[in-house]
Design a protein around this ligand. Sequence first.
Ligand SMILES: [Zn+2]
Ligand SMILES: [Zn+2]
Length: 265
Amino acid sequence: MRFIYDHDLHIHSHISSCSSDPAQTPESILAYAKKNGLTTICLTDHYWDERVAGPSSWYAPQNTPHIKEALPLPEAEGIRFLFGCETEMRADMTVGISRERFDELDFVIIPTTHMHMKEFTVPPAYAGKPEMLARLWAEKLDALLDMELPFEKIGLAHLTCSLIGGDDRALYEKTLSLITDAEAKRIFTRIAKKGAGVEINQFDFTFASGGKEDILRIYRIAKEAGCKFYLGSDSHHQKGFEKTKEIFERAITLLSLRENDKFRV
Ligand SMILES: [Zn+2]
Ligand SMILES: [Zn+2]
């Protein structure tokens, strides 16, 4: 059976610093779910747990009291509205959430590809060098998978995100091309074993920054390795919901995803 677009596990509200869109409320997010017949959605605002040292000045205010301003989430019959977060992974491999905090959240997205945040997420020796960034792509995932974490409630965000190259498309495309099949297979085999979800992010599948062949190659290797996938619109604004159906359906077709490839929280 074909993979059904019935969920969206990566959604920001206006309290994320990069949204600040007053229209992006939990109520309007719920309305998007109703309109598209979704049965599970998850709020994942940017987050750094105040129990973990070393946030950037951008992350520091986006702490637990801040993301909990969204609670209680509105309800609608037949829709599970989960409360989660999108945390961060520093250049030194520190993850921005404490182990105890996982119990308070339904789902935790961990991005390893926010490489536009300069020294905060990328060691200086790696910056601007595609072969080093391709190495960092794997090193971050290896470091994460070495940790003692509840991977059954963890999603790995946008693994082919254009932020890998910052605003440099050529750097992004080159870096993706340098992630070898063997390395991708090794990493995705580890991810499949740990049981973390692999995100199909709508922005990765617009192919607007190029790299289409490599993007598809990487997720096809993930599928072959037995990874489970979830859809994430990563919407920060209402506009981010306009093309989700079209983009996700195309991604599902391109990757030939089936229902049993689905990650379930
Ligand atoms: Zn992100
Ligand atoms: Zn996001």
